[in-house]
Ligand binder design. Structure first.
Ligand code: NAP
Ligand code: HSE
Length: 430
């Protein structure tokens, strides 16, 4: 008779009900693989009165203490979301000697260090595979399979909502407002889509990825963030003409000289880049290490069953540790602190789109202004506008420091022939 390992589930929404389903449908296989039966004993929800056919035969409670005080429960699976009380519940569970599995990127990005320390102190596991990339295995590969490398880059499409919106803008020529509405109707974007479109969701994931990849503590406030709210169909059309696609990327780079830079912003990505063909709600994470070279992890970045696949994999890892009477085998401790590169010191090529007066000498004045800011140009196109007397200038710069682009932007604001700086977007040319 195999041993039974009991779980307490905090939350039974999209991901929680997926976890119940996976454990129910695949229990025979999982038991055979683990050598123990995994069973959910109690489920915490906000409203225990709500009809939940998927939780039939399980104990449902509104009181976390019922799980905390239950000595039979050795693994707590946090799938409520949000910072509080999720953080406190996870800390308390570990203090009570229970291992924790979570999909909560908010808590891992902001309180990861506290969680790792608590797990170590109490001899339990703290695993969080589903916090980045939903169903895509990326946290365990970074902590385990790629550990032999000195990682220099981790770059990903880690937000399905914005990738869906940019894909739709590109495919259909629809504008930002209508693709946002479409994403909300399909249930991808929340009623308040701010965390997705302003880049905060991707920033949390970027902080987690860079922390693991570069073995350093990356604070969420060290992540530079720009969202997609300023991207227009015109930018997407120019990108296409120039051989690029527009993507919202989470980027982490570790250069020996400047330190680690972590940022989230839209980029012009060459059509030939492996991430350029990741479309719709799919996610992908591209990594570069000095032994592996380049590798890419691709798959569903969200959704009930794909995310549950990652959560249950973590549960299985914890169960194996319990059976071997160990913990923290693929442990991570982010006490290391590398230098963080300020955004002004980061380097990139840029796409700069300006609405200017259509008269002699304007192109020269623009080129001189770029030159005065020490920005060298790679190419320039000028297009006539429907409004008489105006033209649009689109410049692609060579690789420059962000500080120089900010300097050019300030000078353009003061230049009378420039009527509007329509957009400035980084171009990822490497
Ligand atoms: P969800 O559908 O909103 O479900 C949340 C569940 O938690 C509900 O069952 C809710 O109870 C319960 N809950 C919330 N606050 C609670 C509280 N204070 N006390 C007790 N129960 C509480 O959320 P979700 O989409 O499953 O997301 C869960 C976590 O997974 C989040 O951290 C999210 O970021 C992460 N994640 C989600 C996805 C995805 O595709 N959805 C992908 C990757 C990661 P009621 O049912 O009574 O309201
Ligand atoms: N809002 C997130 C997304 C859900 O759109 O990717 C998964 O973390």
């Amino acid at each position: 008779m195999s041993r039974e390992i009991k779980l307490g589930l905090l939350g039974s929404g999209t991901v929680g009900s997926g976890v119940v389903q996976v454990l129910r449908e695949n229990i025979q296989e999982i038991t055979a693989k683990v050598g123990a039966k995994l069973s959910i004993k109690t489920v915490l929800v906000r409203d225990a009165g709500k009809k939940r056919p998927q939780l039939e035969n399980l104990q449902v409670t509104e009181n976390f203490q019922d799980i905390l005080d239950d000595a039979e429960i050795s693994i707590v699976v946090e799938l409520m979301g949000g910072l509080h009380p999720a953080r406190e519940y996870m800390l308390q569970a570990m203090e009570h000697g229970k291992s924790v599995v979570t999909a909560n990127k908010d808590v891992v990005a902001q309180f990861g260090r506290e969680m790792f320390e608590m797990a170590e102190k109490h001899g339990v596991d703290f695993l969080f595979e589903a916090s980045v990339g939903g169903g895509i295995p990326i946290i365990t590969p970074l902590k385990q399979c790629l550990t032999a490398n000195r990682m220099t880059e981790v770059m990903g499409i880690v937000n399905g909502t914005t990738n869906y919106m940019l894909t739709r803008m590109s495919e259909s020529g629809a504008d930002y407002a209508s693709v946002l509405k479409e994403a909300q109707e399909k249930g991808y974007a929340e009623a308040n889509p701010s965390a997705d479109v302003d880049g905060l969701d991707a920033a949390r994931k970027a902080a987690i990825l860079a922390t693991l990849a570069f073995n350093t503590h990356i604070d969420l406030k060290d992540v530079y963030v720009e969202g997609i709210t300023g991207i227009t169909t015109e930018d997407i059309e120019y990108a296409r003409e120039l051989g690029y696609v527009v993507k919202l990327l989470a980027i982490g780079k570790d250069s020996q000289e400047k330190g680690v830079d972590v940022r989230v912003h839209p980029v012009f990505l060459p059509k030939s880049h492996p991430l350029a063909s990741v479309n719709g709600v799919y996610n992908a994470i591209f990594v570069r290490g000095n032994a592996i070279g380049e590798a890419m992890f691709y798959g569903p970045g969200a959704g009930s069953l794909p995310t549950a696949s990652s959560v249950v994999a973590d549960i299985i890892e914890v169960a194996r540790d319990i059976l071997s009477d160990t913990f923290g085998r693929i442990h991570f401790n982010d006490t290391n602190q590398k230098k963080v590169c300020p955004i002004e010191e980061t380097e990139s090529s840029y796409y700069v789109r300006l609405l200017v007066d259509d008269k002699p000498g304007v192109l020269g004045a623009i080129a001189t202004t770029f030159g005065n800011a020490d920005v060298s140009l790679q190419s320039v196109i000028q297009t006539k506008q429907s409004i008489p007397g105006y033209a649009e200038i689109v410049a692609i710069t060579h690789r420059v420091r962000h500080a120089n682009i900010l300097q050019a932007e300030t000078k353009f604001k003061a230049l009378p022939v420039v009527n509007e700086i329509r957009n400035i977007i980084r171009v990822e040319n490497e």
